[in-house]
Write a protein that binds this ligand. Structure first.
Ligand code: PHE
Length: 503
């Protein structure tokens, strides 16, 4: 096509008026597909300024079924006229008789038109012919269009026929082409980049450069998607913000045993502190020391008791306290924040704080456990709050996550008393599932920090993975986190609206 176009332009008048007339391999490029191919070539040549072209849109008409019928048997009015006798040559035909002869539709349209054309006349109760041989103009026009695709009278005829649904238009696109400023029968290879070599050799002077195409849309990008855990996290985060919580800074994966355990009144002999449960860090070997007086109060509470407690009455070792580990719960952060709350300038003020971040436990990976997961955690510190407040609070918080039916079961944590496990009725699964661990922090934890005596702190924690797995019906945690994650699934999973109870 390219060669033919260039040669036609160069040989003849320098113009192609209608690209449908040029032939390649003896065949005219008459179909819409041919013209689409021509367009591609024209775009390429015009980007090199070798040609200029214009698009020309024409319309042709084809007959509808009714239109073809008219060409064959005449218009409705003509058929009515044909069915009638000449005046005095037979019985005038009444409308019901006419309907029987030519059909209801033809009668209803044709009778009126034939009458208006003065082809027929009333004669008593019926109709007779009023002219000898009427010219059936509609049929003549349609025949012309059937043969030529258009009518010489143009719109004045086609508009009406189109309105009567006897013809339908069809658009055709072709092009007219002329030589451009860079016309040549040879297509030059255009340079797309100005290179160092071209500058050094001076070749740039004789090179032709490809024009920028500022209208190009560019490569479609394969957009990123939020991981399901992040979608659920966002939802929890919004619930916390709605309830007036502030976010705690959890950017501290490595924690000292002091903050992770000791400050929380977890005995140094507790099994959770053993290597098979907790990942310890070798280097650096020791954590920075906490405030000396606070450390001393914590040690004393463990060894001897205080604040109404008899303590653990077991040796408390500084070495144990200074060990570094990957935090086993974000409650280590909450503890540090509570200590800061007690010791801030101006003293303690009630607070609601939350965090959602990663924690680490030395577990063997299986379908529901990994050695790391995300903890959703909240603490509420205020004067004179009770277990009743904790229960009411859990009910409000979890109803916002779509869990409306809760049950509470007494439990044990070294740092809370009382402690409660929270269960929620899951409609989809048809059973009670454990959703959180909660409690009221012990005085042995809070009072050494310097929190005023009347202050109680409620806390609860849960995993982010569990509600995410339920939400997206994921049965193996290893397909949610880690190298077996299906990125396609990650992209397809919908956003989360927990408060609508869509789980
Ligand atoms: N730290 C607890 C856990 O890991 C959660 C919790 C936080 C419990 C605060 C009570 C109070 O399960």
């Amino acid at each position: 096509i390219q060669t033919t176009i260039l040669q036609t332009l160069s040989a003849g008048s320098g113009e192609i008026k209608d690209t449908r007339t040029i032939a390649v391999d003896g065949r005219a490029l008459s179909t819409p597909e041919d013209q689409a191919a021509v367009r591609g070539v024209l775009d390429s040549l015009s980007s090199k300024e070798m040609i200029t072209y214009k698009q020309i849109t024409t319309t042709s008409f084809t007959l509808t079924e009714e239109g073809s019928q008219i060409v064959e048997s005449g218009s409705h009015e003509f058929r009515v006229w044909s069915a009638l006798p000449a005046k005095g040559q037979g019985e005038p035909v009444t409308v019901p008789e006419l309907q029987k002869l030519v059909g209801k539709d033809v009668t209803s349209i044709g009778q009126g038109r034939a009458f208006k054309n003065k082809w027929i006349a009333k004669d008593g109760a019926g109709f007779v012919r009023a002219v000898e041989a009427p010219v059936d103009e509609t049929a003549v026009q349609l025949k012309e269009i059937q043969e030529k695709g258009d009518h010489p009278a143009g719109e004045s005829v086609t508009k009406e026929l189109q309105k009567r649904k006897l013809i339908q238009p069809k658009k055709h696109i072709h092009y007219s082409v002329a030589k451009g400023p860079e016309f040549s029968t040879e297509v030059k290879q255009l340079e797309t980049d100005l290179t160092v070599e071209m500058l050094q050799s001076g070749a740039w002077k004789d090179s032709s450069f490809k024009q920028y195409n500022f209208a190009a849309t560019g490569q479609p990008t394969d957009g990123g998607a939020l991981h399901p855990l992040l979608k659920v996290r966002e939802e929890f985060r919004n619930i916390f913000f709605d309830m007036g919580f502030t976010e705690m800074p959890t950017n501290r994966f490595v924690e000292s045993a002091f903050w992770n355990f000791d400050a929380m009144f977890v005995p140094q002999q507790h099994p959770a502190r053993e290597m098979q449960d907790t990942f310890y860090v070798k280097d650096p070997v020791k954590a920075l020391q906490p405030d000396a007086e606070y450390y001393e109060r914590v040690r004393k509470t463990h060894e001897e008791g205080g604040y109404g407690s008899i303590g653990y009455r077991a040796p408390f070792s500084r070495e144990e306290s200074e060990k570094l580990l990957l935090r086993t719960h974000t409650t280590a952060i909450s503890t540090d924040m509570l200590y800061k709350l007690a010791n801030q300038p101006g003293g303690f003020k009630p607070a609601k704080m939350y965090s959602i971040d990663r924690v680490f436990r030395n577990e063997t990976a299986d379908a529901t456990h990994l050695a790391e997961f995300h903890q959703v955690e909240g603490v509420v510190a205020d004067y004179n709050i009770t277990l009743g407040n904790l229960i009411a609070f859990m009910q409000e918080f979890f109803s916002k996550t779509g869990n409306h039916k809760l049950r509470f079961k007494p439990a044990y944590n070294p740092y809370t008393e009382p402690s409660m496990e929270v269960f929620s009725w899951h409609e989809g699964l048809g059973k009670w599932i454990e959703i959180a661990n909660s409690g009221i922090f012990r005085p042995e934890m809070l009072e050494p920090m310097g929190l005023p005596k009347g202050v109680r702190v409620l806390g609860w924690g849960m995993s982010l993975e569990r509600p995410t797995m339920i939400k997206y019906k994921i049965s193996d945690i290893r397909t949610l986190v880690g190298h077996k994650t299906d990125l396609d699934q990650v992209k397809k999973r919908p956003a989360v609206r927990l408060e609508k109870g869509d789980e």
